[in-house]
Ligand binder design. Sequence first.
Ligand SMILES: [Zn+2]
Length: 216
Amino acid sequence: MDAGARNLRGDIVAAARRLDALGLNRGTSGNIGHRAGPSFFVTPSGVPVDELSPDAIVEMDFSGAIRGAGNPSSEWRIHRDILAARPEINAVVHTHSRYATSLACLHRDIPPFHYMIAVAGGDTIRCAPYALFGSQALSDLALVALEDRKACLLGNHGQIALGRDLAEALAVAVEVESLCAQYWTALQLGQPHLLSGAQMLEVLEKFKGYGRRQDV
Ligand SMILES: [Zn+2]
């Protein structure tokens, strides 16, 4: 294995530990994928994060064949299909984080109640309909919900966040969870005031000007 692939495996393990430390994933739930040239890496199935090692990260090709050894996450199709359809995306993070999942259980798109919704690339964060975990149907529905977006909710399941690299995908996942917590909290008091299409367009334009930095 070359040094780049080894480093990437290590970065994926570090990102999985970070998700756990941030409380976005617990135990064996959630998974991470990353493009690796003509193939991709995905976290293994059923390995608790504190037992995860770089060697346990599974390499697959885009036909779904395992290169080498390992048992990939049951959601490997989501990672493969997103990386195949979205050349600008290199990292995919999937979590069952508390607030994003709670709202996903309501099958509710997150509306523009806060300008940071634009972090996902549009004026909503869509929620994909329910489909069985690990199924091609779930991956297909996720891809539709992610059109022109870097995040979506999965009905009765969790969230997906995308990035050019692991750092961005993690940052988007953290922000989506935070937005879902804020939306949930605001809903306890009434119906949040929503920003208009024009107001969100203004934010999206300004975000473009920030380039790689979206931590505003
Ligand atoms: Zn899941």
